[in-house]
Write a protein that binds this ligand. Sequence first.
Ligand SMILES: [Zn+2]
Length: 518
Amino acid sequence: MSENVQLPFLDRLSSRYMQLDWRVCSRARLSRDPRFDGKFYIGVVNSGVYCRPICPAPTAKEKNCHYFPTAAAAAEAGFRPCLRCRPECSPGTPAWLGTSNTVARALRLISESGLEDGGVESLAERLGVGSRHLRRLFLRHLGATPSAVANTRRLHFAKKLIDETTLPMGQIALSAGFGCVRRFNAAIQTTYRRTPTQIRRLARQKAIQPENEYQFQLRFRPPYDWKGMLAFLSLRATPGVELVEFGRYRRTIWMNGCAGQFEVSLDADHNSLSARIQFGDPRPLFAIVERIRAMFDLNADWVEIARTLRGDPSLAARISAAPGLRVPGCWDGFELAVRAILGQQISVKGATTLAGRIVRLFGRAYDGNSGLTHLFPTAEILAEADLTRAGLTRSRAATIGALAHAVCDGQIRFEGIIDGEAFLARLCELPGIGGWTAQYIAMRALGEPDAFPVGDIALLRALGLASSDQLQRRAEAWRPWRAYAVTYLWGIGKEKAQKLGKLATVRTSRPSGQAAVA
Ligand SMILES: [Zn+2]
C-alpha cells in the first residue's frame, strides 16, 4: 500500500450508503457492466484511486474495494480519479434519486448554474429547506455535501476540457468556474498530482480542432434508442433552426449574446453521443454541454426504468422491441413551449411548417454554412411580433404573445425550476394553454421522469381505455417513470392508428388544447 494514500473518512464508509448494495456493485464491477456506469464508483485502497465500474485496469480484490454512490463521495473519502477510466467521462448520477425529490432538484440546479450564486445557503433557501437538512440529505443519498458535489463537477469538467480541447489553461479555469488560474492549477495538482500541462500531454489528442470548435464524448448507460430519438426530433425539426440528416441532429444556439451551433451523433462503440459544438465564446461551454446532456436524456437509468415498466404487458413487448428509449428533452424551454402551442389541434407537420415561417419572419439570420439559416426568435422578439403574418390564427398568436410577455417579465422561467406544480399552474393561467399543453411542456422542458399528460387521447387509444380515471389508475404502476411509459405508448398509438388508417380520426377527435404528439 502506498504511503501517500490518505483516506480520512474510510472508517465511516461501509454502513453509510444504505441504497448501495455491494453485491450488485461487485457483480457489475467484475463484469464491467456499462449499464451501471455512473451509478456508483469504486475506491481501491491500495492505489488510492477511484474508478468507474467499466475501468479497463485489472480488477482489484474485493477486500480492497469500497463503493460510493458518487464521484464526489469517493473524492471526499480521499480517493483520486483514475487516469485510465476517467471518472469525469462517466454518464453521471441518475436523474432520479429514490425518495428524495429535493436532492434531484438540487442536482438539477447545480448542473444549470453551479453553486456560484450564493452557495449552499441560497440553494437550500430556493429549495425551501434548511441548509443543514440539505447537507444531511446530500450525505444520505450522494455520500457528499452539496459543495463537494459542485466542486467535483467543476474539476471533472476542467479535466474534460484539458483532455478534449486545445483551449488555453487560463480559459479553461474560467470556463470550468474556478475564477482564477491559480485556484485551477492548485485544484488540478491536488487531485491528479500532475499539472494541467502534464495532463494535456497524456491526453494524446487525435485531431487538431478548428478554432471555436469543441468535440465532446457524452456517455450514457446503454442501451440508447438513438433511432427513436432521431425519429422523434426529425419529425419536429424547425426548418432553418434544426436539421436531422445522415443520422445526426444539428441546430443553432444562442447564449450569452453569442450565436453558434452544435451537432450530435451516436458513437455506439463507446456508449456515448458525440457532440461537436461551434461557439465563439468558450465560457458557457459547461452550460452548453449540460443542456445537451439534458436534451438527450443522458442521465437516464435504463435498468431501473425497464424493470418497472416491463410489469405492464402493453409496454413489455415494446420495450423488448426498442430498448433504451429516452424522453426527448429540448434545447430551450421557451422554444419548446412555442412549438407545443403551435401544435394545438393541427398535425405535427402543420406545426413544423408554421414554426419555419415564424423563424423566417422573426428569427435572426445565421450563417453557419451547414444548412442552418436562422436562430429561433427570442421571447423579446416574439412578444412584439405580429404572428398572424406567419399564418397563425388570432387566438394562437395571442397565446404565444402572452407566453412571450410572461417570459420577458420573469413570470415564467424555464431554468432553475424547483416547483413543478407552480410552474404548471402559471402556464395554465395563460389564455389558450390547457392542462395537457402545460404537462407536455413540463415533461420535455423539466426532464421530470414522472411527468404525465393526464387524459391524453393517444394514450387512451393505445391502451384501449375509456376514461381519464382509468388511465390514471393504470399509470400508477409506471411510477416514477410515467414519462417513459408515455413516450413508448405514443409510439404504439401511432403504429396502431397507421395500421387502421385512422390517423385523421385521431387528430380530429382531440379535445381542444391537445396537440398531435404521437
Ligand atoms: Zn479506473
